[in-house]
Design a protein around this ligand. Structure first.
Ligand SMILES: Nc1nc2c(ncn2[C@@H]2O[C@H](COP(=O)(O)OP(=O)(O)O)[C@@H](O)[C@H]2O)c(=O)[nH]1
Ligand SMILES: [Mg+2]
Length: 249
């Protein structure tokens, strides 16, 4: 499990306990960017209590993409079979992790990853303010249209990757900071002919703490998706038929 945290003091202790009970065997890597609210200290306390929790402390806020790049590098070094990512704010229900792993396993070696998806039948978004819902829904529609991806939720951070596939797409060589980072990983999986499956989740707005999403992150995402899409058009490279959606519910 790779969990990026920035100012998640109100969530992190409970979340780590919930993760442990959902997937008792999982090792957890928390990547904290020196959160001013003391998140790292709470992670250390949880690590002492629960075990199998590693904290990567970084000097300052460097963004979600950067946190994942570092967390994934450590996870891939450890030689796990699967790597799971999720927000540390309870928007992603830890109880769903075993299901994502089961769908990944059922997908066989050609399945590069499973996305916990809000936009496949059975998926939903609850309590999110209207502007966030519209942004996410239309941002995803734009992304799949422009990039020719058959994936409906490219910006969900709740995912299970086959470690071999994650390694193959070299997340360390990406440069995006926000949602575009998540989209770029999907794009790279599809390019390498991996299947990207989607399993429905119910996403709930965080109850505690505040979102770190910013207009800069949204702008970065729109800009990069557009740039990639134009690049693809120029090169005539489209990959519609390569991705199939999971039929699982
Ligand atoms: N380490 C690290 N984690 C971050 C950073 N930005 C966001 N996060 C974490 O990434 C996850 C997603 O961010 P969040 O604020 O929930 O975004 P939202 O769900 O789109 O509103 C949360 O667990 C955050 O604590 C960052 O710069 N560094
Ligand atoms: Mg969140």
């Amino acid at each position: 499990m790779v969990l990026p945290t920035y100012n998640e003091a109100q969530n992190v202790s409970r979340l780590l306990a919930a993760v442990r009970s959902a997937v008792p065997a999982a090792d957890v890597i928390v990547v904290d960017d020196n959160s001013p609210d003391g998140t790292a200290e709470l992670v250390e306390a949880a690590a002492a209590e629960l075990g199998q929790i590693k904290l990567l402390r970084r000097p300052g806020k460097q963004g979600l993409g950067s946190a994942y790049r570092e967390g994934f590098a450590v996870a891939l070094d450890e030689g796990y079979e699967a790597v799971v990512s999720m927000d540390a704010d309870f928007s992603h229900d830890p109880a769903v992790i075993p299901e994502l792993l089961a769908v990944l396993e059922a997908g066989g070696t050609e399945a590069g990853g499973v996305i916990g998806s809000r936009y496949v039948p059975g998926g939903a978004t609850v309590d999110w303010p209207l502007h966030r819902r519209l942004l996410s829904r239309w941002g995803n529609r734009y992304t799949s249209l422009v990039l020719g991806l058959q994936v409906r939720d490219c910006t969900s951070g709740f995912r299970a990757y086959r470690a071999e596939a994650l390694d193959a797409i070299e997340p360390g060589s990406t440069s995006a900071e926000g949602y575009a980072f998540l989209t770029e990983l999907v794009r790279r999986l599809v390019r390498l002919n991996y299947r990207v499956l989607e399993s429905p989740i119910v996403f709930t707005d965080r109850r505690w703490g505040t979102s770190k999403m910013s207009s800069r992150i949204v702008a970065e995402s729109m800009l990069l998706v557009t740039r990639w899409g134009v690049g693809d058009l120029v090169r005539g490279r489209r990959s519609h038929e390569r991705v199939r959606r999971s039929a699982s519910t």
